[in-house]
Each structure stands twice: as C-alpha cells, then as structure tokens.
Design a protein around this ligand. Structure first.
Ligand code: MF3
Ligand code: CO
Length: 250
C-alpha cells in the first residue's frame, strides 16, 4: 500500500531531510586524501546525535553503520573502513536519518582530491540523471516518464543503469511502497500522485550494469570493475511540483 502524505506531514518530513542535507554539506569540506570513510561514519554518528536524529540504518536488516561508503567500483552499501581515501578515488556516502518519526534519505558522490576526467564525467552525468528525473516527477506523470529521463541520459553518455537496487517510497519507514528500478518507458508504470514521498537514486556504472555482492552480504560492486556513482534525493510530489526534501548546495 502506498501511503500518501498530507501537506502537514510533508512539512514534518522537512526536518529529517534538512538534517541529511546539512550532513552532506558538512562532509563535502571534509573529504580529501587521507580521510577515511570510518572518520566520516564517526562524524555522522555525532552529527545525527547533535541534531536529535536517529541513525536509521544501524541494525536495519543487520546493517551495522549509520552511513554506507561506496568507493570506486562499489555501487552501494559499502561498509565504512579505516583505510584512508586516496587522491583520485570517488566515494558515495549514503545516510538515512529519522527525526520526529520521519525519514530523510540521501546519497551523494564525492571526488577525493583531483579525479580522472572519466570519474568527473560519470559523476556529472549521474547527478544530471537525478535532476532530469526529478523534473519529470510531477502529478499525473508515470514512474516510466521519470525513469526514462534517467535511463536515456545515462545511456546516451555510454553508461549503464544498475537494475538490482531500487528507488522507494519514504515516510515513517525508509522503505515504503512503491519501489521501482531507474529504467523505464514513457507512459508506463504507476502514476505519480500528490502526497507521494519517494527517492530518486540512480546508480550509474561507467561499464555494464551487472552487480555482484561481496561475502559480507552488503557491498555491491560492478561485476566488470568499472566505476559507479550515485546521487539520491528524497522528494515529495505536490500540486506545485516536486519538493526536494534533502536539497543541499554541493
Ligand atoms: N539509501 C539506501 C536505500 O535507498 C539505504 C539503504 S542502506 C541499508 O535503500 F543498508 F540500510 F540498507
Ligand atoms: Co534510498
């Protein structure tokens, strides 16, 4: 069942969204060679506590951390690690906060120092995919309209869209109905209704779309070892268009 949110509930959801956005603003200035993703995790734990928010992912299906930290060929769900990031890496940090009983969810890819043109282009196009999708997230459109915009932009740049991990409704829970891949055809799929709150979170690979999962049961990697990037926002579908609840300035 899809739970539609009232205007008042969407207002209440802004707090968790703002905390997640502020976290990303804060770590943007922190990520550089020598910093580890465990440093970022520890910062996240402190940041959420200071903002009276709960680290939603800790213990979620046994996931052990407040953040996911996915470096280079890791698509998603990487574990924070004490290994220092090095110049040229790209890292996606994903965080889910609960504040006043509502969830905000956002992932963002960051360059560590100077990165290759290949990495820069992948990050730019992936972010463009997110915003092209959001533009189509208007009442009356279908999810296929949104995801066609995402998929076609990725593919015309020679990239591929990960199929195995899905976008999802967000509310009192992190994963609510519906869920959907980031590929689609115009006019297909469920219709977007006022009051839906959901993620758009394309994971885009420089190579093929295929994914493997490490023995830890979480770390999802590109099967071909190619780079992967991801940008994720939590958005609300309203009569006045999409509201990005996790918008930040990076
Ligand atoms: N942002 C991720 C998602 O969209 C969060 C899941 S991490 C998990 O589903 F480890 F907690 F599952
Ligand atoms: Co998500």
């Amino acid at each position: 069942m899809i739970t539609l949110k009232s205007k008042a509930e969407i207002e209440q959801m802004r707090k968790a969204g703002r905390i997640v956005a502020a976290f990303h603003q804060a770590i943007a200035g922190m990520i550089r060679p020598g910093v580890s993703t465990l440093d970022i995790e520890l910062f996240a734990v402190r940041f959420l506590k200071d903002n009276n928010a709960r680290a939603y992912t800790v213990g979620y299906n046994g996931y052990p951390y407040a953040t996911c930290a996915s470096v280079n060929d890791v698509i998603a769900h990487g574990f924070p690690s004490p290994k220092p990031l090095k110049e040229g890496d790209i890292v996606t940090i994903d965080i889910v906060a609960e504040a006043d009983g509502w969830i905000g969810d956002s992932a963002w890819s960051y360059a560590v120092g100077e990165v290759s043109k290949e990495a820069r282009d992948l990050m730019r196009v992936t972010k463009e995919c997110l915003y092209l999708g959001i533009e189509k997230a208007v009442v009356g459109n279908r999810i296929g309209d949104v995801m066609h915009a995402v998929q076609s932009h990725a593919e015309r740049n020679g990239y591929s869209v990960v199929r195995d991990l899905l976008g999802h409704g967000v509310g009192r829970e992190m994963h609510e109905e519906p869920n959907y891949p980031h590929v689609g055809k115009p006019g297909k799929g469920f219709r977007l209704k006022e009051g839906m709150v959901m993620t758009i979170e394309p994971m885009i690979n420089a190579g093929k779309a295929f994914m493997t999962v490490d023995a830890d049961g979480w770390t999802a990697r590109t099967a071909d070892g190619s780079l992967s990037a991801q940008y994720e926002h939590t958005i609300a579908i309203t009569a006045d268009g999409p509201i990005i609840l996790t918008e930040q300035k990076n």
